[in-house]
Design a protein around this ligand. Structure first.
Ligand code: ADP
Ligand code: GLC
Length: 478
């Protein structure tokens, strides 16, 4: 069985969020199920150095946006197919936006080209490698099923995974022609979404199967509250929709063997977390003599993540003797809210406005709890890293957060199966009430350690979900 992953991010090569972790991890875990993956990625600047080690397997002269060559290269145990179209991808800035923060004006061409290359690999099988399935991720690859359908191609089958329905790839309808899309498909039963061309909408209409990254989110997106306008489309396609929970790479995220930690540890040597906490305190200028819990946030700083409500709870954290370490980048008002927290409470609140993979590991290693008050969360990975590191997740009851954290209620505490704290209201009051429960539990060292050990026992790897994907591929291919 051969599967082509088509995505705009893949760790460790290019990452803005959890999509990259998932796309990076899947090929290896699927290999264990006899599935051979290749991963199609744009050759962004960070991937350019790999090109010289690779081999050209195809050339496309008429992609949206022009010429592109396809280069096959193995790196970090993954077979990458790099779409090398420098005029589209080899430029400074971020994958989706220019250095000034504005979306690239030609994103429709850039990701239209990615999708069209994927569809052609599916149809032509360059290098003698033709996939049975093309697995497209998020809006950036969502035109794959559309191009396959437009070519009347029934093999390979297509799967579209929604990692976040808030990002839909909406463009001016005039882009249809530049993308080589059938003009008569621009209507509400096709590619049109409220007067725009919708990449995700189109993919959802035409994909053979649709998945999303947790069972709860797969139900939530059928409702107007979470569906972001696509709930009707998803209801109509609900027979093709399922939720498969993300896992994490337990090799990369392993507190017993993590080069980013000051001290490694396991469930029997939790006291060693203190040395990691000391390293965090050093880096962020936090007081080193605090006996309260250290909370961390590792996140894109956006509305989705509920961090505006959390910022309001900073005085309460400090007043109860806790400390807060924040690592993130994003919306300007949130960056300043946390920076202001650090200035107001020096020694108790530390903020690093940056993207720093290594420090993210250290924060998981040295904090006592990780705060994730998301308004919606398709899956969420940082709570899974928290579980693995005995850094108890404090999460809103939504999406994958609800599916992965067992609340420390009385019954779960009695059964010694609680792994974190789950709350309902994403407001400063709701978060404050949850924090109070955390402070109380933290004060009882035995309870806290029981929680940590249960968290660290929880399976967070890919085993179960890899089987679910493998089964889905097999069903579809037969
Ligand atoms: P999302 O994809 O919505 O941003 P996830 O929880 O699925 O949320 O994944 C976020 C990923 O990005 C995690 O691997 C997390 O550790 C990482 N991350 C987020 N912000 C930062 C940051 N500022 N520095 C380092 N890693 C970060
Ligand atoms: C998205 C979601 C996040 C999910 C990630 C990987 O970025 O916001 O919840 O974990 O994709 O699937």
């Amino acid at each position: 069985m051969k599967v082509l992953m088509a995505a705009s991010e893949c760790a460790p090569f290019i990452k803005t969020g959890g999509l990259a972790d998932v796309v990076g991890a899947l090929p290896n875990v699927l290999a264990g199920h006899g599935i051979e993956c290749r991963t199609l990625l744009p050759a962004y600047p960070s991937l350019q150095p790999l090109l010289s080690d690779g081999r050209q397997v195809a050339e496309f002269h008429d992609l949206p946006g022009g010429y592109g060559q396809l280069v096959l290269v193995s790196a970090e145990g993954v077979d990458l197919l790099l779409l090398d179209a420098p005029q589209l991808f080899d430029r400074p800035g971020k994958p989706y936006s220019a250095p000034d923060g504005e979306d690239w004006p030609d994103n429709h061409l850039r990701f239209g080209a990615l999708a069209q290359a994927a569809a052609r690999i599916g149809m032509d099988g360059p290098d003698g490698w033709r996939p049975d399935i093309v697995h497209a991720h998020d809006w950036q690859a969502a035109l794959v099923p559309v191009y396959l359908k437009q070519a009347n191609c029934s093999v390979p089958k297509s799967i579209l995974t929604i990692h976040n329905i808030a990002f839909q790839g909406l463009f001016d309808p005039s882009a249809m022609g530049h993308l080589g899309l059938r003009g008569d498909w621009y209507h509400p039963e096709g590619l049109e979404f409220h007067g725009a061309l919708g990449f995700l909408k189109g993919g959802l209409m035409f994909a053979d199967r649709i998945t999303t990254v947790s069972p709860t989110y797969s139900s939530e997106i059928l409702t107007p509250e979470y569906g972001m306008g696509l709930e009707g489309v998803l209801q109509a396609r609900s027979a093709a929709l399922s939720g498969i929970l993300n896992g994490i790479d337990t090799g990369v995220w392993d507190p017993a063997n993590d080069p980013a930690l000051a001290r490694s540890y396991n469930a029997r040597s939790l006291a060693r977390k203190a040395q990691n906490r000391a390293a965090i305190a050093d880096r962020l200028g936090l007081a080193s003599d605090s006996s309260g819990p250290l909370f961390c946030v590792i996140s894109r700083l956006t509305q989705q993540k509920g961090l505006d409500a959390l910022a309001g709870a900073i005085p309460h954290v400090v007043q109860r003797g806790g400390q807060l370490a924040v690592l993130g980048t994003g919306e300007a008002n949130l960056e300043s809210a946390f920076a202001a927290g650090s200035s107001e409470y020096p020694g108790q609140v530390g903020t690093l406005i940056d993207y720093d993979e290594e420090f993210a590991h250290l924060l998981q290693g040295g904090s006592n709890a990780i705060l994730i008050p998301s308004r919606f969360e398709p899956c969420g990975l940082t709570q899974l890293y928290g579980l693995r590191y005995g850094t108890l997740p404090v999460v809103a009851r939504t999406g994958g957060l609800a599916d992965t954290v067992i609340d420390a209620n009385a019954a779960a505490l009695d059964m010694e199966c609680a792994t974190g704290f789950v709350f309902d209201q994403v407001t400063t009051d709701g978060i404050t009430a949850a924090l109070d429960r955390v402070f109380d539990a933290f004060a009882d060292k035995k309870t806290w350690q029981t929680l940590q050990r249960a968290a660290m026992r929880q399976p967070v790897g890919w085993e179960r979900s890899a089987s679910a994907y493998a089964q889905l591929y097999k069903e579809l291919a037969s």
